[in-house]
Design a protein around this ligand. Sequence first.
Ligand SMILES: NC(=O)C1=CN([C@@H]2O[C@H](COP(=O)(O)OP(=O)(O)OC[C@H]3O[C@@H](n4cnc5c(N)ncnc54)[C@H](O)[C@@H]3O)[C@@H](O)[C@H]2O)[C@@H](O)CC1
Ligand SMILES: Nc1ncnc2c1ncn2[C@@H]1O[C@H](COP(=O)(O)OP(=O)(O)O)[C@@H](O)[C@H]1O
Ligand SMILES: [K+]
Length: 503
Amino acid sequence: MLEIISGTAVKKLDTDFIAEKGITSHRLMENAAQAFCDWFESNYHRNDKVGIFCGPGNNGGDGLAIGRLLWRKGYDVIVFLLGEEGKVSADCRLNRELLPDKLPAISMSADDIAHMEFDLDVVIDAILGVGVNRPLGGDFLGMITKLNALTHVSRVAVDIPTGVPSDECLEGDAFKADITVSFQYPKFSLMFPEHAGYVGILHVVSIGIGNKFMRQFSQNKFYLQLKDVVSRHLNFSRFAHKGDFGRVLLVGGSYGSIGAIRMCAEASLRTGSGLAACLVPTCGVQVLQVGLPEVQVISSNSDRSLSLAYPKEGLDRYDAAGIGPGMGTTADAKEFLLDFIKTFKGPKVLDADAINILAQDKEMQEYLGEEDVLTPHVKEFERLVGGCQNHKQRLAKAREYSRQYGCVLVLKGAHTCISFPDGTQYFNSSGNKHMATGGAGDVLTGMITSFLGQGYGVKNAVLCGVYQHGLAGEIASEDKRRGTIASDIIKAIPKSYLALDVD
Ligand SMILES: NC(=O)C1=CN([C@@H]2O[C@H](COP(=O)(O)OP(=O)(O)OC[C@H]3O[C@@H](n4cnc5c(N)ncnc54)[C@H](O)[C@@H]3O)[C@@H](O)[C@H]2O)[C@@H](O)CC1
Ligand SMILES: Nc1ncnc2c1ncn2[C@@H]1O[C@H](COP(=O)(O)OP(=O)(O)O)[C@@H](O)[C@H]1O
Ligand SMILES: [K+]
């Protein structure tokens, strides 16, 4: 699994790798440039006019090597050189010398930056990389301001957009990439929503540095990709019966919000649960029986909201429970939740209003255990732990929360972050903006609950659930874009199994 390590560890990592492999730093830079070009070739035409903006450090060195390789492949390339002559790094200088004579290269003066007009299809940003150590100013700021203002160009950042610090939140401005191609592992700050408008779509390309070299820099942060989840899935025998695929109980709904628990239950069934039952207020019983004939429905014996009157016998027949979607936060619902989490002994997922109730009734958190999973979005999380200044602080608090209460915390959003009590954090790579639609979270709750019910350990259930939910969202939105709704994500779950090649 790919590690996410701090940008400041990069230099040491580089040095170790080079020393162990007996190669030069220039060779490593060449590997990086080649990896970028392989990606570039499968995405851009040779008749595209490509401008590569190269700074004075090793990021600039990458850009120059990229320029040389693309030019050799027949691309229409022009290189722009930035930065003071005296500050050019050794590998950057070497790559300046290696530029073919016929490849157009222009040293940019402050005057050029202010007045030059660019006629380009693609802008490649190799001005600064992880070496950025202060907000942009002067010529670099002037340059990225100009590049950000260009219209009808595709903007690609090499490693990290110029100006974005690798471990902190951006101050000031930075290059606004449509696509960032990051080397070997994604830098921590590429996970921050504050940087979404600068990073664009993130691609990570390998430059041959194995995990072995990263381990000593491990910060227990990982990037969750398709290959990491396939082997975490259980195999079921040809003789499996529905009990083997697990019985799950989905708990929630209130008058006007029965759809949430319906979507949650349907997602569980589509994820493979052998049996799904819903515990809902009486007002939801008929709706569910008609709308989703595959589920069993249990009434809480209270009309519009769950309450203490719910039937407690037989709860132990369920292998896992998902609680919260559409539940509401009435006094009855609060009493219900406290009683339910004390009574139900199996693994459970707490979502939506279950989290909102926990936030109001903090002592309930003491009942959380190592098989329990909380799935807040950012607002729900801040209700739980208080306001955060930025995402970096939020991630630190998420790690702390999971440690303190010994449960799994899934902080949802783009690059959903899963925190485990041992301090590890996993950042999801699947999913897209078209999943930002009402009910998508209810679907996730159903999916994780389903895996828990199927007998997956809590870690595998959450990693598989979060990744596959994003994958189903990608599949659902392929032909629907912003017209995607949560029910489409549910319908795409079977196809996501095909994509994973899990039967
Ligand atoms: N293992 C890796 O990850 C590899 C990294 N490589 C590249 O090397 C890059 C890092 O190279 P460097 O460490 O040389 O860093 P940069 O290329 O980011 O540049 C650092 C230089 O910029 C100056 N600087 C920092 N902030 C500034 C600001 N706001 N305004 C003006 N100047 C500023 C610094 O003083 C330093 O001279 C990576 O991003 C990547 O592109 C690759 O070449 C190969 C392998
Ligand atoms: N821009 C995005 N990229 C990837 N995933 C996203 C994005 N926006 C939302 N999602 C995912 O969609 C789901 C939304 O959940 P949530 O906010 O709880 O919605 P709801 O409360 O309406 O069910 C989460 O799993 C989240 O990770
Ligand atoms: K860059």
